[in-house]
Design a protein around this ligand. Structure first.
Ligand code: TRP
Length: 373
């Protein structure tokens, strides 16, 4: 076995291990430690996160990740938010109305409180030096590592027999470039994304081992860590994963009437008495949870209050709670969406800053690789 093989199989084991229970517990403990460190000194951290511009952000995104990003930004952590436009073509043919979707995502971001004076919002495709990192990074991963990546496998399984494209296979490497171009050391993610972060750390470490450093004592890239949130995952109105393609979402961009219609069609069950019991009553409990998140109450107290009100009482409560909670965000979003010129100007400013950062990183990479001509 060559050195390289040893290196690769170690990494594969670590990646497999990163989804095991023990390692999940470690990641959660580490996340709690990081939260304490942020409270002490937010300037030690740089966060990178983002979304594909494939459709509207919804309540599931909001409670699953967006609210947490805004909290971290407001705690003083420098934040980079990626509109992952190139990633859209990993698992679909063509881009769709991508510019409109990128601007719609921008409107969602600004409406929820991502503040462009504190956070850099930028698009993949506008940052050439970020994409150029992909080339040396590809030299640091093996074909079998990529094929084993659980997220790549999951996306391939979901793609209805569509053959694996080169971009789908290598998108964890591209995602590593997203994270490392700005030398981010913290990525707020759900646990399904842990293998990506492990792959990113492996790439950073191998770059250091193989190509060296631009400055003697300092590796070019940091070891990026996951910040797992404790957020409950919110399901769609049919009790399955909230997803645009299933028509089961409640979007940030919907109005009160559309929201009421979606919730009216939500699946409940035959038991009139409302309880919070996610294992045995997933659909009802999901609605209770959404009501709780929007009112800042515990799901148990929401369930108690509705009690004998049945599915109708539950839906009425949830509709009012969602509409009230999201009203200010939606009002801001309407204003923002009416001014695409402004949205574009925010994106251009973010792109300009991202390019400066990416150019500086690429200069370090060239220096480390002895390619600074
Ligand atoms: N994979 C994320 C999504 O599907 C988007 C994304 C791309 C991302 N690059 C990233 C998230 C880097 C965190 C870090 O929405």
């Amino acid at each position: 076995m060559s050195d390289h093989d040893i290196e690769a199989s170690d990494a594969e084991e670590r990646m497999a291990a990163s989804t095991s229970d023990a390692s999940l517990r470690r990641s959660l403990e580490r996340s709690a430690e990081i939260e304490r460190a942020i409270a002490t000194d937010p300037s030690k951290f740089r966060i990178m996160t983002g979304d594909r511009p494939t459709g509207n952000l919804h309540v599931g995104h909001y409670f699953g990740s967006l609210a947490n990003r805004v909290r971290l930004q407001n705690a003083g952590v420098e934040t980079f938010v990626l509109i992952a436009d190139y990633q859209v073509i990993t698992d679909r043919d063509g881009t769709g109305p991508i510019k409109e979707r990128a601007l719609s995502l921008m409107a969602d971001y600004l409406a929820i409180g991502i503040d462009p004076s504190r956070s850099t919002i930028y698009a993949h495709s506008a940052v050439p030096a970020l994409n150029q990192l992909m080339l040396p990074f590809l030299s640091l991963v093996t074909d079998s590592e990529l094929r084993r990546n659980p997220t790549v496998k999951a996306e391939l399984d979901d793609s209805n027999g569509r053959p694996m494209s080169g971009l789908l296979l290598t998108y964890p490497v591209h995602q590593a470039a997203d994270i490392l171009f700005c030398k981010a050391n913290l990525v707020p993610v759900g646990k399904d994304q842990l293998p990506h972060l492990e792959q990113t750390r492996v790439i950073a470490r191998r770059f250091d081992e193989r190509y060296g450093r631009a400055v003697p004592d300092r590796p070019v890239f940091p070891q990026a860590e996951a910040l797992l949130s404790e957020a409950a995952s919110v399901l769609g109105m049919d009790g399955t994963k909230m997803s645009k393609s299933k028509g089961n979402t409640i979007d940030l961009s919907m109005d009160a009437t559309e929201t009421a219609q979606r919730i009216k069609r939500a699946v409940t069950d035959a038991d009139r008495f409302i309880t919070f019991d996610p294992t045995n009553r997933p659909e009802v409990s999901n609605l209770v949870m959404i009501g709780a998140l929007c009112t800042g109450r515990t799901p148990e107290s929401v369930a108690d209050e509705i009690g004998n009100g049945g599915g109708g009482g539950l839906k009425k409560f949830v509709t009012e709670a969602v509409n009230e909670f999201f009203a200010p965000i939606r009002a801001r979003r309407i204003e923002l969406a009416a001014d695409p010129g402004y949205l574009l100007s925010v994106l251009r400013a973010g792109n300009a800053h991202a390019n400066e950062v990416a150019d500086a990183t690429l200069a370090d990479v060239r220096a480390a690789m002895n390619m600074a001509y």
